[in-house]
Structure formats: C-alpha cells, structure tokens
Design a protein around this ligand. Structure first.
Ligand code: NAP
Length: 446
C-alpha cells in the first residue's frame, strides 16, 4: 500500500476525507496544517499575524520534508503544493487525489473559520482567485479528481479506496484501443496510474515521448507517455477516454479543432484559437496553449518596441499573442495578404506586404520556410540590421538559412529549438504539476 496525498482548496474536504480513509485503512493521517500548529504551539492565525506568511510557508516545507514515505494519508494545506519542492516530495510513491467543489459550497464550508485571508479579497472572491491560480497545478498533480460537492466524506473516502487512487478503466475498451496504436505498448499499461500521449497526424517524429518517459521516473511520476496517432481531434479525445488517459500533447493538424472538444479552454487558448495541451480531470477536459509561452519566454527581456511576424497560421497567432503580452507593436506580413489582414484584425495589429522598409526590433519567422533542403530565407536581407533580434520558429534543422544570414549580418538570433524547449517545460508542468526546470529539458532534448 502506498501514500495517499489529498490536495485541493480549503473546504474541499481534505481533513474530513483523510480522517475517514485513515480509519478505514488503519494507517496514520498527517494533516500538514495541524502538524504546523502542533510544532509551533500556535494556531495558524497566530503564526500569520505574528510572523507572516513566509514563516508559515517555511514551517510547511519543514513539515512536508519530514513526512514518512510509507503507507499513510496526508491532508495538505491549500497552498502546500504550489511550492515546487513540496510538490516533488509529495509526488514520491504516492497517489495524489484532488478534491474539488463549487466555490459557493467551499464558501459554506469555511464560513466562520478563523483562518487568515491570503489576499484581502471577500471570501468568495478569494476562493475564485485562488482557484484560478492553483487549479492548473492541482489538476496536473492529480492521479484522481473527486468532486466532493454532493457526496459525504465517508462516501468520498470509500470511492478513493475502492479505486486505489486511480481512474477506473474498462479492460475491453482499453485493449481495443491499444490494438489500434501501432507503436509499442507495455504489457502492464492498464495498471499504470497515469497515461499520456501525443496526438496529431503524423506524430511519429515527435521527441515528446522520449522527453516525458525520461523525466517521469526522475520526478517520481507513475506515468507512461505514448505516441497516440488519431484521425481527428474528436478521435484523439475518444482514445484519451478509452485509455483513461490523463492528458495529451496536441500537434498539427488538430490544435485548432481541439478547442471545440474541450469543456474549459483557458483564456490564452481561446484568444489564440488553438489548444496544444489537454488535461482530463473528473471526466472534464481542460485545454491550454503553451506555444505562446515557448515564444514569450526566450524574448521576455524585449518588452516594448516593434515586432514583425512573417506568416499568418497557428504559430503566427501564438507569436502575435506572445508579443502583445510583452507590449510590442506587431506587424504581420504573410504570403497570402488576405490571411495576414484577417489575423491582424483579430488581434488589433497591422498587416503589410513584406518589405525592407518595415521597422522591426524583433522578427519572427512563423512559416515553414527553412525546413526543406534548398529553402532560402523568408525575410529580405535589408531587414537584417545588427540591432535586430531574429527568432526562427523552424526547429528542424536548428540552424536555418535565415538564422545563418542573420548571424552573418550581426543580428542576435534565437533558434526554434528554444520555443520547443520552453513550451515543453510549460506543458510538462501543466500535465504533471511538476516543473522539471529548463536546463533538464534542454539536456534531455539535446
Ligand atoms: P500553418 O498554420 O500551416 O501556417 C503556415 C504559414 O506559413 C502560413 O501563413 C503560410 O502562408 C506561410 N507559408 C507557408 N509556406 C510558405 C512559403 N513558401 N513562403 C512564404 N510563406 C509560406 O503552420 P503553423 O502551424 O503556423 O507552423 C508554421 C511553422 O512554425 C512550422 O512549419 C514550424 O516550423 C514552426 N513551429 C515551430 C514550433 C516550435 O516549437 N519551434 C511550434 C509550432 C510551429 P499562406 O497563408 O500564404 O499559406
């Protein structure tokens, strides 16, 4: 038997359900907030008012680092797993269960509590604010999600125990679906707590399975990541459900269509119009877009100024969204001008024919030009000035004709592999709740 770690917002039932589970399983319960109070010999409001939140968080880290590895139930404080080190420690040899409930139910359960406000907002607004901040990490970490809104604590405890902390799978449907996947499937896949995959058409070139399957054991994640080719975005979702999979990376040509298959696309995905990350939690599907993060992260220091995006497809939309988040003035130049104009209208920026007269501090190539042997540069050489940064989103090959010309002209260059590495870090964190760090991703992919 392993450890059960209960996570969720305050009022989601962690302590009550944890107590029932510990009684039924005859194993110890560790309630991290109660342990902090016991060790400090002070209540949490006293710690907050006397020493502040940072001291409380350090006490929380100390308590979590000291918890036993063997069978037990751990009921965590709402903010505990937002600390990456706590998340890593709690992940080890554990089933992680996310308990959820509607904001108004949470409010009714915590009303009258003496716990300090973390934000100064009204109680209901604080719940909504913390949910927005914390739920993506909670969902990523969870092996199983249980809505406690309409069930009693003993029912929730019985359900978690009967499922052994894992999502239930139908063996026939599972076998039928794995038979359609041509790549190698481990014999014991059905008992693997967490299944992920990359879907698209084609997917066989993807390096994501190598990345995830290398990082899972290092991070203590009991997961397996597969190639999951599909006919369409809908077909990919059917496969996700049949396998009881937790999440998907989505590549071309499904990113745009995937948005309509998702129950809750986040605001970035909606604005870009594409989903490249899908997460299943209590049968609801959550959708994110990490492509724009992959573009934003390597150029974060370039806030303000003028930017030119060459291309008007999916990668260009993510690029425009990233640049606008950095307060840049964006011009779009696309081969098919009408498509460039339509993208510019969507984002309230400018479109123009590609010419050397455009002023740009940063130029992003969001076309596939540079991938094929014999391709030239998609950017006129007159635009390559020494004070310009050139970011080529093409990542195979890493050094393209555009980057070579730009380097020779004295420009600062950023390779498409940087976008891939940064988007992969954001995606890994969303899918698993664990941040492996940019350098480790770079190493694994190098
Ligand atoms: P897409 O939706 O098919 O859009 C391609 C864009 O490139 C269109 O605007 C198209 O113009 C333009 N284009 C195509 N061939 C061209 C040519 N020969 N000359 C000039 N323009 C041309 O593709 P996407 O999903 O946006 O991806 C674009 C590229 O971004 C990919 O090929 C890939 O290299 C790169 N990418 C990199 C990453 C990464 O992690 N580094 C991630 C995603 C994408 P028209 O409108 O005229 O057809």
């Amino acid at each position: 038997m392993e450890r059960y770690v209960l996570i969720g917002l305050r009022g989601s039932g962690k302590s009550a359900i944890g107590r029932r589970m510990a009684e039924k399983l005859r194993i110890p319960l560790y309630d991290t907030d109660a342990l902090i109070e016991e060790r400090a010999n002070q209540s949490i409001p006293e710690i907050f008012s006397g020493s502040g939140e940072e001291v409380f968080r350090q006490m929380e880290r100390d308590v979590i680092a000291s918890l036993q590895k063997g069978p037990c139930v751990i009921a965590t404080g709402g903010g505990a797993v937002m600390d990456p080190e706590n998340a890593r420690i709690l992940r080890q040899q554990s089933h992680i269960i996310l308990l959820t409930a509607d904001a108004r139910i949470l409010l009714s359960r915590i009303q009258g509590s003496s716990r300090p406000s973390l934000t100064g907002l009204s109680a209901l607004d604080e719940i909504r604010h913390l949910a927005k901040l914390r739920m993506p990490i909670y969902r990523g970490l969870a092996d199983l999600c249980i809505d406690t809104g309409s069930i009693r604590a003993d029912e929730a405890a019985a359900r978690i125990i009967s499922l052994n902390g894992m999502q239930r799978r139908d063996p026939d449907l599972f076998a039928e679906t794995t038979a359609t996947i041509s790549s190698e499937i481990p014999d014991d896949l059905i008992s693997c707590p967490l299944i992920f995959g990359i879907t698209g058409n084609p997917v066989s070139h993807s390096r994501s399975p190598h990345l995830y399957n290398t990082l899972f054991p290092e991070c203590g994640i009991p997961g397996r990541y597969l190639f999951l080719p599909a006919e369409s975005a809908e077909d990919a979702i059917l496969k996700l459900r049949a396998l009881g999979a937790k999440g998907l990376s989505v590549t071309i040509p499904f990113k745009e269509m995937m948005i309509s298959c998702i129950d809750e696309p986040d605001e970035d995905a909606l604005a870009i119009g594409a989903v490249n990350t899908v997460l299943s939690c209590d049968r609801r599907l959550y959708g994110y877009n990490t492509d724009w993060i992959g573009i934003c992260s390597p150029i974060r220091h370039l806030r303000g100024g003028d930017a030119l995006v060459v291309g008007a497809g999916g990668a260009a939309a993510a690029a425009v969204y990233a640049l606008q988040s950095l307060d840049m003035d964006v011009t779009i130049a696309n081969r098919t001008e009408k498509r460039g104009e339509a993208l510019a209208d969507r984002f309230g920026c400018t479109s123009a024919p590609l010419s050397s007269s455009i002023h740009a501090d940063l130029i992003i190539n969001a076309t596939p030009v540079g991938m094929k042997e014999g391709d030239g540069s998609p950017v006129p050489s007159g635009l390559l000035r020494p004070d310009t940064t050139i970011f080529d989103l093409v990542y195979t090959p890493p050094m393209t004709p555009l980057l070579r010309e730009a380097e020779a002209a004295g420009c600062r260059i950023i390779k498409g592999t940087e976008m891939f590495i940064h988007q992969a870090r954001a995606q890994f964190t969303l899918l698993t709740g664990i941040d492996p760090g940019i350098e480790r991703i770079r190493e694994v992919l190098s």
